[in-house]
Design a protein around this ligand. Structure first.
Ligand SMILES: NC(=O)c1ccc[n+]([C@@H]2O[C@H](COP(=O)([O-])OP(=O)(O)OC[C@H]3O[C@@H](n4cnc5c(N)ncnc54)[C@H](OP(=O)(O)O)[C@@H]3O)[C@@H](O)[C@H]2O)c1
Length: 247
């Protein structure tokens, strides 16, 4: 199947963790063409090589993309336009926990990558999503840590997440998602915030199976369902695997 007939899905930060596993799961479907976003060409090439070695039926292609750089985002959009002329789905997955530097530096890093990045990604890729022949979908990978309601509940889930910069940037991402949902919903697009739950990855030293984190396969699988349209009725929602969070 030529890439032009396939569903073209771009995942940011897909060289690692949940994004990489999502790419692998999507590639089990021959009708998917995954644009594997990676800020590092070296890591991205290794990820593509690993996926291709699995002989999965879908196809994958590296796209160098640093979501903290406006220039990199617009250059990537230009590349996708020249190669594919359209995009069917965007997964804003890349994020950082912001664990080094002063408090102000950690806040700025988290906001730039986790909230500004996804907002500018949609600004840059909206003209290509508009050209999709199917229902364009945007999944913003957020965290329950961004829920203001849960933060104010002293016994709520995630009460031990002390990382202000990460929490606040994900709250900001939730608002970015709400604005995208209101702007693009009337055109028939489906837009979501989705929290994968506590998952093993490279996000922080505590994202380990031995510390109780679920495997990446479980973190990524619900995103496949969202991209397959199974949760279109929850457009504009703050989704987790089994329902929705309070804002
Ligand atoms: N794991 C969890 O428990 C958990 C829970 C809730 C939400 N989430 C969310 O799930 C998503 C995936 O995270 P993960 O847990 O899979 O962590 P991860 O393994 O650290 O993956 C994050 C990815 O984002 C990339 N990235 C960071 N900054 C970037 C930038 N400026 N431009 C492009 N890519 C960048 C990383 O690239 P490098 O390899 O170059 O650093 C990496 O590929 C994130 O949005 C995270 O907030 C995770």
């Amino acid at each position: 199947m030529a890439p032009t007939e396939k569903t073209i899905i771009l995942i940011t930060g897909a060289n690692s963790g949940i994004g990489f596993e999502l790419a692998a799961q999507l590639l089990s479907n021959a009708s998917n063409h995954v644009l594997l976003g990676s800020r590092s060409v070296e890591k991205g090439e290794a990820a593509v090589k690993e996926l291709q070695s699995r002989n999965l039926p879908g196809t994958v292609e590296l796209i160098q993309l640093d979501v903290a750089s406006e220039d990199s985002i617009f250059a990537a959009a230009k590349e996708v336009e020249s190669k594919h002329s359209r995009l069917d789905a965007l997964v804003n997955n890349a994020a950082v926990a912001g664990s080094s530097g002063s408090f102000a530096q950690r806040l700025n890093e988290c906001f730039r990558t986790n909230a500004t990045g996804p907002a500018v990604m949609v600004e840059a890729f909206a003209p290509l999503l508009e050209k999709s022949a199917s229902t364009p979908r945007i999944v913003n990978v957020t965290s329950g840590g961004g829920s203001i309601a849960m933060r104010l509940d002293p016994n709520g889930p995630g009460k031990n997440i002390k990382n202000v910069q990460y929490r606040a940037s994900k709250s900001a991402l939730n608002m970015v998602m709400a604005c995208q949902a209101v702007e693009y919903g009337p055109r028939g697009w489906k837009v979501f915030a989705f929290c994968p739950g506590y998952t093993a990855s490279n996000l922080s030293a505590s994202n380990k199976v031995e510390l109780g984190a679920q495997p990446t396969s479980e973190g990524a699988a619900p995103i496949v369902d969202i991209l397959d349209g199974k949760r279109d009725g929850e457009h504009g929602g703050y989704l987790h695997a089994k329902g929705q969070y309070a804002w």
